[in-house]
Ligand binder design. Structure first.
Ligand SMILES: Nc1nc2c(c(=O)[nH]1)N=C([C@H](O)[C@H](O)COP(=O)(O)OP(=O)(O)OP(=O)(O)O)CN2
Length: 168
């Protein structure tokens, strides 16, 4: 039986993380208190193995991931697409309304992200979408699938998956 010429490279480096303040929103009336996590990020890449016994060098993808993750480090993150938040600008602050309460956050400390909730699921999707913007890397390296995983603590994580389709 022929051996598959695909491999899965797993990137799980200790420094692939971002520290962020957030609150998860559970419903129109229920949210967590503001708190922080060291969100750990990892990536599984399935790709073709070349005649030289390797796929692409993972040195390059580690650099890309580190640069990507650094963009989210040490911010308060707000989900711009939450159906439960009303976010407006008030001078140097964001004014955030949830269930009748008003919070104000300094803009310079805050990232408004295109996510619906500041959950591990949404962070994983956002990071994967950002990585996929670099289509040259995907096309040029025989990449078949990517699984981006984000963890908010030991034993709890969410992932987002991309698979190459015939049209890609
Ligand atoms: N589906 C999801 N559920 C929850 C998420 C999430 O991202 N996706 N996030 C949270 C909280 O923000 C956060 O993880 C805190 O959760 P909690 O388990 O209460 O606290 P710890 O992380 O400290 O974990 P312990 O097991 O209690 O140590 C909630 N739900």
């Amino acid at each position: 039986m022929p051996i598959d010429t695909l491999t899965t490279i797993e990137i799980t480096k200790e420094d692939l993380k971002f520290s962020a303040a957030h609150f998860t929103i559970f419903s129109a009336t229920e949210r967590e208190r503001l708190h922080g996590h060291n969100f750990k990020v990892s990536l599984d890449i399935t790709a073709e193995v070349g005649d030289n016994g390797m796929c692409f060098s993972y040195v390059e993808i580690k650099q890309r991931l580190r640069a990507l993750v650094a963009q989210y480090d040490e911010y308060l993150v707000l989900p711009a697409n939450s159906p439960y938040l009303t976010i407006s600008e008030e001078g140097d602050n964001y004014r955030v309304e949830f269930n009748g309460e008003v919070m104000r956050f300094i803009k310079a400390d805050t990232l408004l992200l295109p996510i619906r909730n500041s959950t591990v699921e949404e962070f994983a999707r956002l990071l994967l979408e950002r990585l996929l913007e670099d289509s040259d890397f995907i096309q040029g390296n025989g990449v078949r699938s990517l699984i981006m995983k984000v963890s908010s603590g030991p034993g709890q994580s969410g992932s987002a998956t991309w698979r190459q389709t015939m049209g890609d």
